[in-house]
Design a protein around this ligand. Structure first.
Ligand code: NAP
Ligand code: GLV
Length: 323
């Protein structure tokens, strides 16, 4: 139930939202923020009477939270393009719209995938760590030998918005670019010369494999021990998509055993915990889910999340409905 003294619709921002979104919402809504450390239990306490919930990839939105919000809930606006944290079926059953923030974070995330590609291929994390530890005692021509990317074969798994932008960014380096996608992408093939192949062929041929598919039952465990063994011993694996795509124990083993050359990861199963085996694995660059973390992208995501909420509450079609 909304606060009887406040006739405005209640919006629960599960964690935090940047001012670009908060200010828009606050013009017409009562906005309540859970804060960065809001536990699932705290969200259940805050949810009753909410007409909208602004969630993010760390907030599980399922039956429990939807039931706690009650019959006034009309929209779950995810502050992210990925929406695997939201139970779409549970929302559909209740007639609750679900929205996301696509497009405005495409450049930021593809740029981060490129940064991880360069950092992993050139073993930057371990080289910097050794310098900071005082272990650099002089130029050693045998040390920190990485993979040269000019002329490399790039493999993109998921040729959607971010995968395509990554293909554009690596084009000046790429000898060839292969891709896996459910639907063929004739325009990208024409404009970028990318070639559609199946996953087995891509893994066997690419020097760099970059993942850009959403998390789903279909993509869970997409890269496991067999797939890692199919890659070249010098190959670099990049994941800015979602943690569950990769079997992290198998990846750590492949790095230890030299079955692949290096990895660059921004996402993990069970975030914010990072699997211990990855923290200990060699030739592995690890970032804390910062794919969309540019000031421009995050402000645009906040505006879009607010616009989606306001559209549904105002009775119109939201710009970014996923359910
Ligand atoms: P998108 O435009 O929807 O692209 C996803 C692509 O994956 C689509 O082309 C789709 O193919 C393809 N795909 C889906 N399931 C597949 C499967 N089973 N096999 C092969 N291809 C499959 O999404 P996006 O905007 O590029 O975002 C991609 C993902 O990146 C998000 O879902 C999110 O998880 C992640 N992300 C992470 C960060 C971060 O901070 N690290 C930031 C933004 C996004 P079709 O075109 O054939 O349908
Ligand atoms: C971030 O992970 C997103 O999906 O936008």
């Amino acid at each position: 139930m909304s606060d009887a003294a406040d006739p405005r619709p209640k919006v629960l921002v599960a964690r935090v939202l940047l001012p670009a979104g908060m200010e828009r919402l606050a013009e017409t809504c009562e906005v309540i923020e859970g804060g960065l450390s809001a536990s699932p239990e705290r969200l259940l306490e805050l949810a009753p009477g909410a007409a909208a919930i602004v969630a993010d990839p760390t907030v599980a939105v399922g039956d429990q939270l939807l039931d706690a919000a009650g019959s006034e809930l009309r929209v779950v606006a995810n502050f992210a393009v990925g929406h695997d944290n939201v139970d779409l079926e549970a929302c559909r059953r209740r007639g609750i719209a679900v929205t996301n923030t696509p497009g405005v974070l495409t450049n930021a995330t593809a740029e981060l995938a490129l940064a991880l590609t360069l950092a992993a291929a050139r073993r930057m994390s371990e080289a910097e760590a050794s310098l900071r530890a005082g272990a650099w005692v002089g130029w050693d021509p045998r040390e920190h030998l990485g993979l040269e990317l000019s002329g490399a074969s790039f493999g993109i798994v998921g040729m959607g918005r971010i995968g395509r932008r990554y293909a554009e960014l690596v084009a000046p380096l790429a000898g060839e670019t292969l891709y896996v996608s459910r639907a063929r992408k004739p325009e990208a093939e024409r404009e970028l010369g990318v070639i559609q192949v199946d996953l087995a062929k891509l893994l066997g041929r690419a020097d760099v494999v970059s993942l850009h598919v959403p998390a789903s039952p279909e993509t869970a465990g997409l890269i496991g021990a067999d797939e890692l063994r199919a890659m070249s011993p010098h190959a670099v694996l990049i994941n800015t998509a979602r943690g569950p795509l990769i079997d992290s124990a198998a990846l750590a083993e492949a790095l230890r055993e030299g079955e692949i050359g290096a990895a660059g990861l921004d996402v993990y199963e069970g975030e914010p915990a990072v699997p211990a085996e990855l923290l200990e694995a060699p030739r592995c660059v690890l970032l804390p889910h910062i794919g969309s973390a540019t000031a421009r992208a995050r402000a645009a995501m906040a505006r879009l999340a607010a616009d989606n909420v306001l559209a549904v509450l105002g009775g119109s079609e939201p710009p970014n409905r996923v359910a």
